[in-house]
Design a protein around this ligand. Sequence first.
Ligand code: ADP
Ligand code: MG
Length: 242
Amino acid sequence: MKPLLDVRGVSKRFGGVTANADITFDVNEGEILGIIGPNGAGKSTLFDLITGFQPMDSGRVQLDGRDITGMRPDRISALGIGRTFQKLKPFSDLTVTENVMVGALAGTADMKLARDQALECLAFVDLLEKRNSFARELSTGQRKRLELARALATRPRLILMDEVTGGVDQRTIPGLVELVLRLKEQGVTVVTIEHNMQVMMRLADRILALHAGRRIAFGAPEEVRAQPAVVDAYLGTVADAS
Ligand code: ADP
Ligand code: MG
């Protein structure tokens, strides 16, 4: 079976820093792929390269057999890859609905349709009751949901989620996990960067582990978690931090 997303030999340097070194992996249609790795491992950069927010130094990316390497972010979004950002940057003086409409308007010029789509996505992430609030009035967890709704409003077939459960109230995590599983049920393919190993084991069909810009493991969750390189590079540091 041909993968939905095929990433081959992707590399990126920032000055003397190797952010991504020859990273290869694929994502099958309908699966949830998890990405783990300590801070600075290159996870967010990998999303930037796939979605065209940063040019890659070498390598290529195919979506459903089509080469999207070097395309602009809006093109890649239009072809069906949505993403959330680790560093949230909602328009704080727009309402929640208006923020999500920004996502919807990438695909339609029809304001009524964009509003309907925005409200549908807000209902999906359980944020409808905040639709008339300003984005700046939301808690971190609510902003994460807003960011997810904005990304979903672009109607992606593949969504890249950067630390959706990061920094949110522990009690809201089960709800976020349910949300991702519902997305999968609806046929959306998911790649999720996630530090919470419990969440990861519940969600991921396969895991890609990065360390210092390199791929150190890729495969079934139990196998990846048990690999010495992963335990040393990642699980050790997570245990230290908690
Ligand atoms: P992660 O998301 O795994 O924490 P990042 O992809 O954000 O890691 O960062 C990987 C490395 O690349 C880090 O050393 C980071 O400082 C560096 N880096 C990321 N983005 C930039 C940038 N725009 N300019 C310079 N260095 C960057
Ligand atoms: Mg990151």
